[in-house]
Design a protein around this ligand. Structure first.
Ligand SMILES: [Zn+2]
Length: 98
């Protein structure tokens, strides 16, 4: 269950709320009853403290990418393409074309 961070714009009260991920965000400040803002993404803290699976997922993804790029041998530049580009195309006499 992730911890959300809120900031009250009215009184500056900053607090955290442990909420199920599907819960709607809090709207009012527990101190003054004014509107609060949810601090989205401000926290790497949110990711690490709250939902461990995010961090794990991210890490495994990164790991997979690294692993695949390391295990796959660097392919030499395709010679076919280079040859094609370098090969002189037989010039066509302009006069023969209709
Ligand atoms: Zn407040």
């Amino acid at each position: 269950m992730p911890t959300y961070e809120y900031l009250c714009t009215a009184c500056g009260h900053r607090f955290e709320e442990l909420q199920p991920i599907n819960d709607p965000p809090l709207r009012t400040c527990p101190r003054c009853g004014e509107a609060v803002e949810r601090l989205m993404g401000a926290g790497a803290g949110f990711i690490f403290r709250g939902a461990g699976f995010y961090a794990t997922d991210y890490r495994s993804k990164e790991y997979a990418q690294k692993a695949s790029s390391e295990s796959a041998p660097a392919k030499p530049a395709a010679p076919a393409a280079t040859e094609k580009a370098a090969a002189p195309t037989t010039p066509q006499p302009a006069g023969e074309k209709k």
